[in-house]
Design a protein around this ligand. Structure first.
Ligand code: OXT
Ligand code: ADP
Ligand code: MG
Length: 590
């Protein structure tokens, strides 16, 4: 594999203004990214992209180096969600590329714009399978896992290749794009003036998509007849950055709204129409459901089944930018294809001045259920048990976010995720980043780093001990860049619980348990951050306040009762053994 080195480039290449000056693949790529507003690259250096990172940093792009490409990729994915611009991850060939690919697929699954740029080996050698350094046909492997995959072979095509990647990532339904950069491309040279002319600035990368008037009228027809309407806000609505339009739609309609996990805060969780604490009731009872940037996938039981009440008892209206999403699981009575902002605006206009809000009976039923559940929860949050259970610890964190509504909450785990989602209220849009559509562990550190870098705000990362372990080494990255991230590990000694036993009676621990009482806080101390061991709500409260006020990288090891969690948190019913147990119970009854 041939690569130009920093020394040769620095020695041989002048500025574009010098007569006869040359430019090269490295600089064209950087210029193309900068022209299109790329300010940050999340990467792990190595052959053939080490110099690319160095030059990009030299040219003013913020290049953050991670300890593993997967975390760099997760950070780029989260950056895409937060900024509505493609997050950029850069990796080396084969193994680095594969490490980044999980994150690219995750971005694609979540409909977030991201570009994975990977260096690759020589085409001639790869295609003849002659055993190049890190040989792999990366383009072919990436293609089925992302929205689009491109390879640039010639320096004069860098401008158009980058433009194509950016437009593909952000237009329509956003997604993950792979950009293959053979090492030899970076070393190619061309006339600097021609090179500059070859660059392309993407104009209007995600144009407004306005719904047709007949589609709007159809939707209004369905919505106006609703007796028990419901709005479900998804992370597509949060992504759209159409916060005013969404709020206007919710408030004008008067419908209760249920935020999906990452749509929490789009309207404050304590908004009088928020039905988060009456989830079961509204899903079961609603007769018309308006989906806004949310899919009827597993997280909503595919829009059918017990959770949704009597079969055929509901009509769906769906706002989505992707036409193919309509009727994906159940019939959509009124599809509204367009961007969230344009669709919400069109609906509000069409509701007019004589819009009739839903009956008091429905809204009162929902708010009484909310009030009942909130009160039940409040008493659980008061408990001062030692070791702490999830509620005792989360009561403290709920308060910390209430006092700092601009902070970003990052969250992963099973119980650590499910309890935190319902306990911690959010008050502003895009302040929660979690495991997303795949329920993927290991995203927390990447999410936290991106949140700190992209927003400049404080970050509170609530992590199961297992979840944290997938990417724990990134605490060094957090310390290196001195990011205002406070990690709270819910340390219950294992996956779901810490008290399982080896069924053979042998010496090995059970498959889901970890070293008892692990001192995770020392990992942060090893790199100069603050480490705290907290066994009571008071200790936790003091440590979190100090970390969130100071902004110093902090890891708090919160000791949680090993017996407090449930198998798989709230989604235990998805485990095959639950199905087997149900069948056995039924068999016993007959
Ligand atoms: O209405 P009802 O009465 O039903 O009540 C509901 C709400 O109304 C109410 N509620 C409230 N009450 C009062 N006040 C307020 N404010 C309030 N808000 C809500 O509360 C209930 C519940 O509400 P909720 O939460 O909204 O509703 P529900 O029913 O849970 O919603 C359903 C779902 C499906 C939408 C929701 O559960 C959801 O979003 N779930 C996501 C689940 C998920 O993605 N889980 C992660 C994956 S689990 C598993 O796969 C794990 N692995 C395997 C693995 C993975 N994932 N990835 C990789 C790369 N490798 C392996 C592993 C290894 S988890 C895991 C590690 C786990 O161990 P850890 O140590 O990390 O974590 P611990 O478990 O803590 O040990
Ligand atoms: P959640 O998990 O919160 O329910 P999903 O990720 O399942 O959310 O759904 C998000 C949906 O939002 C996707 O179907 C996607 O096509 C859609 N979407 C993304 N951006 C926009 C936008 N700007 N306008 C309309 N729909 C969007
Ligand atoms: Mg755990």
């Amino acid at each position: 594999m041939s690569t130009a080195t920093a020394e040769t480039i620095d020695a041989d290449f002048g500025g574009a203004s010098a007569p006869g000056a040359l430019t090269d693949g490295f600089h064209l790529l950087i210029d193309a990214l900068k022209l299109n507003g790329v300010e940050t690259i999340y990467n792990v250096p190595g052959i053939p992209i080490t110099d690319l990172g160095r030059y990009a940093q030299g040219e003013g792009i913020r290049v953050l180096s991670f300890r593993h490409e997967q975390s760099a990729g997760y950070a780029a994915a989260a950056a895409g969600f937060l900024t509505k611009k493609p997050g950029i991850c850069m990796t080396v060939s084969a193994p680095g590329f594969l490490n980044g690919l999980t994150a690219l697929a995750h971005a694609n699954t979540n409909c977030w714009p991201m570009i994975l740029i990977s260096g690759s080996s020589e085409r001639e050698i790869v295609d003849l399978m002659q055993g190049d350094y890190e040989e792999m046909d990366q383009l072919a492997i990436a293609k089925p896992l992302c929205k689009a995959a491109y390879r640039i072979l010639h320096a004069q095509d860098i401008g158009i290749g980058v433009a194509r990647a950016i437009r593909s990532a952000v237009s329509g339904r956003p997604g993950g794009v792979y950009l293959d950069i053979p090492a030899s491309l970076l070393g190619q040279t061309m006339d600097a003036i021609e090179g500059e002319r070859s660059l392309v600035k993407v104009i209007d990368p995600s144009p407004a998509q306005i719904p047709g008037p007949d589609a709007v009228a159809r939707a209004i027809d369905v919505l106006k007849d609703a007796e028990k309407p419901l709005i479900i806000l998804g992370k597509g609505a949060a992504y759209a950055q159409a916060d005013d339009e969404v709020r206007a739609l919710v408030e004008k309609s008067g419908f209760p709204f249920l935020p999906m996990s990452m749509a929490k805060g789009l309207l404050p969780d304590d908004h009088p129409q928020c039905a988060a604490a009456a989830r079961s009731l509204v899903l079961k009872e609603a007769d018309v459901v308006l989906m806004v940037g949310a899919r009827l996938n597993w997280l909503l039981s595919h829009g059918k089944g017990r959770q949704w009440g009597e079969p055929g008892s509901k009509k769906f209206v769906q706002i989505d930018i992707e036409p193919r999403e309509m009727d994906s699981n159940v019939e959509i009575a009124a599809p509204l294809v367009g961007d969230v902002g344009s669709c919400a605006k069109a609906l509000v206009e069409a509701m007019g001045d004589d819009w009739r809000k839903p009956s008091g009976a429905w809204t009162v039923a929902v708010s009484s259920k909310v009030q009942g559940n909130v009160e039940k929860m409040a008493s659980r949050l008061q408990n001062n048990s030692t070791p702490m259970d999830y509620y005792a610890a989360l009561g403290v964190l709920k308060q910390a976010i209430k006092e700092r509504p601009d902070a970003v909450l990052v969250n992963e785990g099973a119980n650590a995720l499910d309890f935190a989602r319902s306990v911690i209220d959010l008050y502003k849009p895009r302040k929660r980043i979690d495991v997303g559509t795949w329920g993927i562990m290991g995203v927390g550190m990447g999410n936290a780093i991106a949140a700190a870098v992209e927003t400049g705000n404080r970050v509170l990362a609530v992590e199961g001990d297992s979840a944290f372990g997938f990417a724990g080494m990134e605490v060094e990255t957090i310390c290196r860049y001195n990011l205002p991230v406070c990690i709270v590990i819910f340390n219950n000694n294992g996956i779901y619980r810490g008290d399982d036993v080896n069924r053979s009676g042998g010496a090995d621990p059970a498959t889901t348990v970890f070293v008892e009482d692990s001192r995770y806080e020392k990992m942060m101390e090893a790199f100069g951050g603050a480490g705290v061991y907290a066994t009571t709500p008071d200790e936790l409260s003091r440590a979190v306040s100090e970390a969130m006020d100071s902004g110093r990288p902090t890891l708090i090891n919160a000791v949680i009762d090993p017996a407090a969690g449930k198998e798989s948190g709230n989604i235990g019913s998805l485990n095959p053994q639950s199905v087997v147990a149900e069948m056995r119970a039924k068999a016993r009854q007959t």
